[in-house]
Design a protein around this ligand. Structure first.
Ligand code: ADP
Ligand code: GLC
Length: 485
């Protein structure tokens, strides 16, 4: 099948969070299965700076938007190892910027125009294809408008006329909501605005709602999250529409890309290990203790965390639980960036406790060292559509301690005797988090044999996309009735 994936993020070219990882793994695994996969994404400054070899100029074309006409350039890049083709939409006025959505937490005020333009450009690009697109698979609010734009009667190209659309919700809380006045800039007929399933959303327009309302099929990134988003508590105002579309919603837990996240081959690690050489993991702990400036004692339980520091992720709860915890003989290695307030809370704590280290920033390298070097990994998210760091932890024999929500609920099974792979707790409070961490610490200290069995339980699990990719493949098949890749 010919699959077109418009996206705002794809690792390693442009990534803010797990969506970039997921889109990368999805496309590479679809290609491995024999599909023809094309990605379209903005040519951000960061991609320009990569100076990719073999990137070629494809063409220039004109995009007539309701609010202006833009001449953009398209570059084409073939990923030789995966066979995936990427199209970069180059329009410096919108994309030659420091960030993807924002600079230091402040959203670009012209985000609606940027992603209206991107939606048009992605659709017009298909005119230059010499094949018919079978499936278009968009991700989150930046690509939401593409769904109604394909259904409003505009003739984009013959190549995309029969296309079936899939829209994946990675995070329902990021909705791309803008003043109603932007509706005119999208160029959709009025009939797409004011009705229950139209773009209007509490007096604004919503790019995310557009995707949910008009895609042929919706997926989200875990089975539990697929259920949670249909409830008043988890629906972020969209629960009514999601309930209405429930027959067209599928939850598929993300996998992890083992070419990047595998303790045996991880290119960021100096020491490698797998189940048969599990004792070597302590060398990674040694490295991490040294790198973070922690007391070099392999017997002290080391607890890690890596996160965007936003309300969703619950690191304010961690900060509240820390004062009690840091009196124990345990160590922390946290990595994150985000809200100023959470950043300064954690920085402040790190000034007073030598067993608490916080690296305030973004570092792929340190992320790998933490996942490999820690004994325990915390994911205290208020909600978590899927969550990837707990999956990485399982693969690396680092025991996850998580709030039982969304994909965390689906991927972590409570330790019972020698079964299970981690610790889940609920509701999310500083006290419950503290108790859950101490439970893990106690097991680590009291029963190393059982600890090792639990590590191995997680390491043995298969989260390598083999299963997930078949689910996407079958979904595409059922929508298009095309049986071959
Ligand atoms: P989300 O997409 O909501 O942020 P996920 O758990 O799905 O959550 O994915 C987060 C991804 O971003 C993981 O690959 C994680 O390692 C990475 N990440 C988050 N914060 C940082 C950071 N400060 N430095 C390096 N990697 C980070
Ligand atoms: C979002 C979610 C996260 C998920 C990721 C990839 O960023 O917050 O839970 O793992 O997308 O699907």
């Amino acid at each position: 099948m010919h699959i077109l994936i418009p996206t705002a993020e794809i690792y390693p070219y442009a990534k803010v969070g797990g969506m970039g990882d997921m889109v990368a793994a999805l496309s590479r695994h679809l290609s491995k299965l024999g599909h023809d996969v094309r990605i379209v994404l903005p040519y951000y400054r960061n991609i320009k700076n990569l100076n990719l070899d073999h990137q070629i100029f494809l063409n220039n074309f004109k995009v007539n938007l309701p609010f202006k006409t833009i001449n953009c350039r398209v570059l084409e890049y073939l990923e030789t190892d995966s066979g995936v083709i990427l199209y970069f939409i180059d329009y410096p006025e919108y994309f030659d910027r420091e960030g993807i959505y924002n600079d230091r937490q402040k959203d670009y005020p012209d985000n609606p125009e940027r992603f209206i333009f991107f939606s048009y450009a992605a659709l017009l690009l298909t005119k230059h294809f010499d094949f018919h697109v079978d499936v278009l698979h968009g991700h989150d609010w930046p690509t939401g408008l593409i769904m109604p734009l394909l259904k409003c009667g505009i003739k984009w190209s013959a190549q995309i006329e029969e296309v079936k659309t899939v829209f994946t919700i990675h995070n329902l809380a990021y909705q791309g909501n803008y003043p109603l006045s932007y509706f005119k800039s999208i160029g959709l007929p009025e009939s797409f605005l004011h009705h229950q399933d139209g773009l209007e959303f509490f007096g604004q327009i919503s790019f995310l709602k557009a995707g949910i309302a008009y895609a042929d099929h919706i997926t989200t990134v875990s089975i539990t999250y697929a259920r949670e988003i249909q409830t008043d508590a988890g629906g972020c105002g969209l629960q009514g529409l999601l309930q209405k579309r429930k027959e067209s919603i599928t939850g598929i837990l993300n996998g992890i890309d083992e070419s990047i996240w595998n303790p045996l081959t991880d290119s960021y690690l100096t020491n490698h290990y797998d189940i048969s050489t599990i004792e070597q993991k302590k060398l990674c702990k040694q490295d991490l203790q040294q790198k973070m400036g922690l007391h070099p004692d392999l017997n002290i339980p080391l607890i890690g965390g890596i996160s965007r520091l936003v309300f969703q992720k619950g690191f304010d709860i961690v900060a509240s639980a820390l004062v009690d915890l840091l009196a124990e003989n345990i160590q922390f290695a946290l990595l994150g960036t985000g809200d100023d307030q959470i950043e300064s809370q954690l920085t402040e704590i790190s000034k007073h406790y030598s067993n608490f280290k916080f690296y305030n920033g973004y570092s792929e390298h340190l992320a790998h060292l933490i996942i490999a070097g820690c004994d325990i990994f915390i994911v205290p998210s208020r909600y978590e559509p899927c969550g990837l760091t707990q999956l990485y932890s399982l693969k690396y024999g680092t025991i996850p301690v998580v709030h039982a929500t969304g994909g965390l609920e689906d991927s972590v099974n409570n330790i019972k005797d020698s079964t299970g792979n981690g610790i889940k707790f609920s509701p999310l409070t500083p006290y419950n988090l503290k108790i859950a961490i101490l439970k893990a610490v106690e097991l680590y200290q009291d029963d190393r044999d059982r600890w090792k069995k639990i590590m191995i339980n997680g390491m043995k699990e298969n989260h390598n996309w083999d299963y997930q990719i078949l689910q996407y493949h079958n979904l595409y098949r059922s929508l298009t009735r095309i049986m071959h890749p």
